[in-house]
Design a protein around this ligand. Structure first.
Ligand SMILES: NC(=[NH2+])NCCC[C@H](N)C(=O)O
Ligand SMILES: O=C(O)CCC(=O)C(=O)O
Ligand SMILES: [Fe+2]
Length: 332
C-alpha cells in the first residue's frame, strides 16, 4: 500500500491546525466546522494534499498516512462502547484531522441509523458483540465488504484512524483490479442480479438512542432489496459493490449464485492483511477496495484496539431527499 510518512515539521503543522480548529468549534460534529472543513483543509501541509489527490484521481484503492504521534495517556482508556466516549472527546485532535484529510476527498457524512447518528464512528470491541458481524466484533472474522454496500448513498471513501491496536489485529483489504475471474462470471457480475441486505450496524437494536430515528427505509431495503450489479463502470477498471455475508440472488438464479461464489473465492485470494498501528490513517476507496478484519482477542479492560472511522461522498446532493436540511451531513 502506498504510504506517506509525515516528518516532524508536517506533523507539527497539522496538529497546530487541528488544535486551533478544536478550540474554535469544540467538537467534531459541529455543523459549522463540517461546512468549513473543505476550506480549512487547504491549510494542511502540501505533501498531504497532493498525496490524497493522487489517491483520489489515480484510483489506487488504498493508501496510508503514517507518523502521527499519539499521546496514549491523554487518550485515556478505550471505552467499553461507542456510546460511552468521553465528553469532551479525548481524541478531538485526531477526529478533526480525520475530517480534514477526508474533506480533501469529498464531503464527510454520517448515517442517522448508525452509531446514534454520529459523524465520526468509534471502532472498538464491545463485549456483547464479540461474535457479531459488526465493527465492534472481535472473536469472529469480520468478513470482507464494501462499506454500507446495501445503501444507494454509500460513501466513495471510508477512512480509518488508528489510536491503538495492542493485539496487532489486521484489517483486510482487497482491490477489485486484482480479481482473477472468468470472463463469463465477470459478465454476470456486471448484471443487476444480486441483492444486498442492510448490515446489522443499521438496525434499531444496534443503536442506543434510537427514539426519534426513522428506520423505516432500512426496513424497506431489508424487506425488498432491489437487484443490483456487483461490478459496474469501465470493463477494464471496474468498481465493486458487495458484502457476500448479507447477499443473495433472486430465487432460482443459479448462474448468479455461481458468479457470486466465484467472486468470493477470487477476492479471498487477493485479500492482504494490513495491521494498522498507532497513528496510522488508512484511506480506502469504497468503490475500488473491499475490507474486513481478522479475529482478535479483546480484553475489555480499557486497553483494547480503538479506531476512528468516517465516510465521505463525492456527491452529497444525491442524498438530498434523505437529509433533513440542505446543510445536514447526516443521511437519514
Ligand atoms: N460483512 C460485514 N460484516 N458487513 C458489515 C460491516 C460492519 C459495519 N460496517 C459496522 O459498522 O459495524
Ligand atoms: O476494524 C477494522 O479494521 C475494520 C472495521 C470495519 O470494517 C467496519 O467497522 O466496518
Ligand atoms: Fe467496514
Amino acid at each position: 500500500m502506498e504510504q506517506l510518512r509525515l516528518n516532524s515539521a508536517e506533523l507539527h503543522h497539522a496538529y497546530e491546525l487541528a488544535d486551533s480548529i478544536g478550540e474554535r468549534y469544540g467538537r467534531v460534529d459541529d455543523p459549522d466546522f463540517l461546512i468549513a472543513a473543505p476550506v480549512l483543509a487547504h491549510d494542511l501541509p502540501p505533501r498531504i494534499r497532493s498525496f490524497l489527490n493522487h489517491f483520489r484521481r489515480a484510483e489506487i484503492g488504498s493508501c496510508m498516512i503514517g507518523g502521527h504521534v499519539i499521546d496514549d495517556a491523554a487518550l485515556g482508556a478505550t471505552p467499553h462502547h461507542w456510546n460511552a466516549i468521553p465528553d469532551p472527546s479525548s481524541s478531538l485532535r485526531y477526529e478533526i484531522l480525520l475530517v480534514l484529510y477526508t474533506s480533501l476527498l469529498g464531503d464527510v457524512f454520517g448515517w442517522a441509523t448508525q452509531q446514534d447518528g454520529r459523524l465520526v464512528h468509534d471502532v472498538l470491541p464491545i463485549r456483547a458483540h464479540e461474535n457479531e458481524q459488526l465493527g465492534s466484533g472481535s472473536k469472529t472474522l469480520l468478513t470482507w465488504h464494501t462499506e454500507d454496500a446495501f445503501h444507494p448513498y454509500r460513501g466513495d471513501y471510508v477512512v480509518l484512524a488508528c489510536l491503538r491496536n495492542p493485539n496487532g489485529a489486521a484489517t483486510t483489504v482487497g482491490n477489485v483490479d486484482d480479481l482473477e475471474l472468468d470472463e463469463a462470471d465477470r459478465e454476470v457480475l456486471f448484471q443487476e442480479r444480486f441483492i444486498i441486505r442492510p448490515d446489522e450496524s443499521h438496525l434499531t437494536k444496534n443503536n442506543t438512542a434510537s427514539g426519534g430515528t426513522d428506520f423505516s427505509h432500512i426496513e424497506a431495503l431489508n424487506a425488498a432489496p432491489p437487484p443490483v450489479a456487483v461490478l459496474f463502470g469501465a470493463a477494464d477498471r471496474p468498481y465493486i459493490r458487495a458484502d457476500p455475508y448479507f447477499m443473495d440472488v433472486p430465487d432460482g438464479d443459479e448462474r448468479a449464485a455461481q458468479a457470486l461464489h466465484a467472486l468470493e473465492t477470487a477476492m479471498e485470494r487477493c485479500l492482504t492483511d494490513v495491521v494498522l498501528t498507532t497513528g496510522d490513517f488508512c484511506f480506502l476507496d469504497n468503490l475500488k477496495v473491499v475490507h474486513g478484519r481478522r479475529p482478535f482477542s479483546a480484553r475489555f479492560d480499557g486497553s483494547d484496539r480503538w479506531l476512528k472511522r468516517v465516510c465521505a461522498t463525492r456527491d452529497l446532493r444525491k442524498s438530498r431527499t434523505a437529509r433533513t436540511a440542505l446543510t445536514s451531513q447526516i443521511i437519514g
